[in-house]
Write a protein that binds this ligand. Structure first.
Ligand SMILES: *[C@@H]1O[C@H](CO)[C@@H](O)[C@H](O)[C@H]1NC(C)=O
Ligand SMILES: *[C@@H]1O[C@H](CO)[C@@H](O)[C@H](O)[C@H]1NC(C)=O
Ligand SMILES: *[C@@H]1O[C@H](CO)[C@@H](O)[C@H](O)[C@H]1NC(C)=O
Ligand SMILES: CC(=O)N[C@H]1CO[C@H](CO)[C@@H](O)[C@@H]1O
Length: 381
């Protein structure tokens, strides 16, 4: 009632300049004191952060958020507190039991402490749960109450087809971390980053094979198997992997994939954003991926449209085979599939560690209350 639009309009310049001054003061203190205690909810600080002009915020790399109360004792401690963690992420279970390095230094993330020490449960700001390691009866989940500031993160990199639904998980988590771009903490299997002058320019590897495919998991129900069975009638496909009884070492993998003009990046199941290393590895090795997975449009959310061939662009496997045979003869058109390498390079993912570090970054930036409802409908629905 007291804040009619009219009053607000007249007040706005005053409020705005006050915020600018506040930001400046905040920024000034931030510069000399990086200490930021978490959890430290402060509505006032939070508003200041949102209202700060971005350019001002960026200057101090503080986003205008910091403690507003200082004293001389704290200022002297600048060096020490800069490395002191302000956010703890507890890895409740190692993904598939496989440990990873607990450092976030590759991610340009500071003040994060990753730990697998369950004794830190009461202090942890986030707890990461790997879906495939959660027992159906939840007996391996925390028994103690969740501290009020703590967020539980659901982490999964397998597609719904390869993950069992657990009804009890529906309303248990605060955040999701998944290859899906619409999860709270997206961790795709790879992504493209701009090239820098330091990067070596792309050189196409020597090619002595036309089409290659490496597959370990053979299931005649899979769309990829049906597609392959028909396609191989029209073009020679060099096959490797467990399914064909010739598993490749990592070294051989690199050698084989880079020596093929095309690689069949066929996903085991077809889901939105489920685009795995089957795509990113050949791209990185200088081989054109022929993709089978979600729609072309969905692939183009992740990589440029002229960097791959989609099976859905052809009405039959034979038509696709004919196109590949044509491209084998036309160097100009084949080479055009590498135009993207002038602009981007492939960045692979750090399974598990990527999610843990990005979770920490997310928690540092988002301290508000959050809950994720209806996980099962979102993922399996
Ligand atoms: C100043 O900061 C130090 C370190 O955080 C704290 O121990 C002390 O109580 C503070 N003093 C005042 C007057 O706020
Ligand atoms: C190869 O492709 C280019 C570009 O589409 C085209 O101009 C050229 O005629 C093609 N050459 C052959 C031999 O098909
Ligand atoms: C996390 O989600 C749970 C369950 O919805 C909720 O009770 C809790 O308050 C949430 N915590 C935070 C910090 O958002
Ligand atoms: C301290 C802090 O959170 N700084 C972040 C402010 O926002 C920029 C851009 O989003 C980040 O790069 C900083 O790390």
């Amino acid at each position: 009632m007291s804040s009619s639009p009219c009053q607000w309009t007249t007040l706005r310049p005053f409020v705005f300049s006050s915020l600018m001054v506040l930001c400046f003061v905040t920024l000034f203190f931030t510069y000399i004191n990086f200490e930021m205690k978490f959890p430290s909810f402060n509505i006032f600080v939070d508003r200041a952060r949102q209202s700060c002009p971005p350019v001002l915020c960026a200057a101090g790399d503080s986003n205008c958020s910091t403690e507003l109360h200082h004293n001389h004792t704290q200022e002297i401690q600048v060096e020490a507190v800069d490395t002191e963690p302000d956010t703890i992420v507890l890895i409740w279970m190692w993904p598939f039991g496989a440990k990873f390095d607990l450092s976030c230094s590759d991610f340009n993330i500071k003040k994060c402490q990753l730990t697998d020490d369950k004794a830190l449960y009461d202090k942890a700001h986030g707890v990461l749960f790997h879906h495939r390691d959660i027992h159906g009866n939840l007996e391996n989940m925390p028994k103690e109450p969740r501290p009020w500031f703590q967020k539980w993160v659901w982490f999964n990199m397998e597609s719904p087809a390869n993950s069992g639904l657990i009804p009890e998980l529906d309303d248990l988590f605060n955040l999701t971390s998944n290859y899906r771009l619409d999860s709270n903490i997206p961790v795709p299997y790879g992504h493209l980053e701009p090239v820098t002058p330091e990067d070596e320019s792309f050189k196409m590897p020597v090619k002595d094979k036309l089409v290659c495919w490496i597959v370990s998991n053979w299931n005649t129900q899979y769309r990829r198997v049906q597609f392959y069975d028909e396609m191989k009638e029209h073009i020679e496909i060099h096959t490797y992997g467990n399914a064909f009884g010739n598993k490749l070492s990592d070294q051989d993998y690199t050698k084989v994939v880079s020596s093929c003009k095309f690689y069949l990046s066929f996903e085991n199941s077809v889901y939105k954003d489920y685009i795995t290393e089957k795509l990113y590895s050949p791209m990185k090795l200088g081989t054109v991926p022929v993709v089978l997975g979600p729609s072309r449009q969905n692939y183009e959310d992740h990589i440029p449209g002229d960097s791959f061939i989609h099976v859905d662009d052809f009405s039959t496997p034979k038509e696709l085979a004919d196109r590949l045979l044509y491209l084998d003869k036309n160097k100009t058109e084949y080479t055009a599939y590498f135009d993207w390498t002038n602009r981007f390079k492939v960045q692979g993912d750090f399974y598990g560690r990527g999610s843990a570090c990005e979770t920490c970054r997310y928690l540092q930036r988002n301290k508000r209350y959050q809950a994720f409802h209806e996980l099962n409908k979102w993922y399996w629905g």
